[in-house]
Ligand binder design. Structure first.
Ligand code: KG4
Ligand code: ZN
Length: 340
């Protein structure tokens, strides 16, 4: 890839789900500002994301997070080389607010607009936290909507190795949390509860779907729900921390096992983690131990960059910008956009 003579600064916006976020990123690697307005408190009242409320909240917040991202960076729009926006996958209304906002800004300023895939953003969070990371590498993407194992051949060039055949890992965390009566968002809550639990308390299956690198979490979830119901019927109080720890261990074991298998088969020596679930401390610790034992390089985004943010979109946008990718004003939200 040709090196730019001057720094390329990109103002990025992310609004695919329940965070309205804006960031200024330089050369795809340096975060000059990173602002996240979370709607968690509003959606917590309903036990999950309400799409219509999310869209409205994005409309309210877009301008403010953009102003804040520019002022935190000490820059103005005239210092930007490009704009970037997540256009999929995600909630259609939520995506549309961000896409419309950035198309308007692009039209008004004349700045080019780079369309970014949200999943590519999650992968790229690794470039922000690991300055010397370059492709090729294997990446586990585990979020609320996706569980993928991909080979990152070059910037923007991906091969899908495996994926979940049913629920995503984050979804499994969230559903398990709901059974334990934990508030939304469930993943971090369940992980917190698990800290003091005994992870050998409950024997849970480790489903092994046909595809060598595929995941499956739905059978595990059902086994967990049934075990909780049986305990409830016995009239005894639920041992929340032990249940949470056993369930978390089962999910993390699956993610680790398939990731290591894919890495070994690939002949590569670097494994990256990405997506909201990569904020999970148990996953990070177990993968770190495995990297030590198996002598591979493990890269993870810093915890705050694992869940949705706009800095990761700014990083992914930089590599697309360098390749000449530009959106026209007909850019639309693509709720089911795939990475490959
Ligand atoms: O990547 P993300 O922020 O949004 C999507 O693109 O889906 O991922 C959100 C998912 C949720 O399912 C959330 O429960 C899960 O990531 N998550 C966690 C943790 N932090 C977020 N799951 C387990 N442990 C965590 N610490
Ligand atoms: Zn995400």
């Amino acid at each position: 890839m040709s090196e730019n003579k001057h720094a390329v600064r990109i103002l990025a916006l992310e609004s695919s789900c329940d965070e309205t976020a804006a960031a200024v990123v330089e050369n795809g690697r340096d975060i000059l500002s990173n602002v996240i307005f979370s709607q968690v408190d509003v959606h917590a009242l309903y036990g999950g994301v309400v799409p219509e409320i999310a869209s409205r909240a994005h409309v309210d917040a877009c301008d403010r997070v953009i102003d804040r991202a520019l002022s935190d960076a000490g820059l103005t729009l005239s210092d930007m080389d490009a704009l970037a926006v997540t256009y999929g996958p995600g909630l259609v209304g939520a995506l549309l607010t961000g896409v419309s906002c950035m198309k308007g800004l692009s039209f008004a300023t004349g700045l080019p607009l780079v369309p970014v895939n949200h999943i590519e953003g999650h992968v790229s969070a690794n470039f922000l936290s690991n300055p010397s990371l370059t492709p090729p590498f294997i990446c586990l993407v585990a979020s609320g909507g996706h569980s993928h194992l991909i080979r990152v051949e070059d910037y923007g060039t991906y091969t899908l190795l495996g994926q979940t055949v049913d629920d995503a890992a984050g979804e499994a965390f969230d559903k398990g949390a709901r059974v334990l009566g934990l508030p939304y968002p469930g993943g971090p809550q369940l992980s917190h509860l698990a800290e003091t639990g005994d992870d050998t308390y409950l024997k849970l299956p480790r489903p092994n779907p046909e595809g060598r690198y595929d995941f499956s979490f739905s059978g595990l979830k059902t086994a967990f729900i049934n075990a909780c119901h049986r305990l409830e019927q016995s009239g005894l109080p639920l041992p929340g921390p032990d249940l949470a720890a056993s369930y978390q261990k089962a999910i993390v074991d699956s993610l680790c096992e398939k990731s290591i298998l894919a890495l070994r088969d690939s002949g590569l020596s670097t494994l990256c983690l990405a997506g909201g679930v990569s904020a999970n401390l148990r996953l990070r610790a177990q993968m770190t131990r495995l990297a030590d034992e198996n002598k591979f390089t493990l890269c993870m985004p810093q915890i705050g960059l694992c869940t949705d943010n706009a800095a990761m979109i700014g990083s992914a946008a930089y590599y697309r910008y360098q390749k000449g990718v530009r959106a026209s004003l007909s850019l639309n939200a693509a709720p089911s956009l795939s990475l490959l």
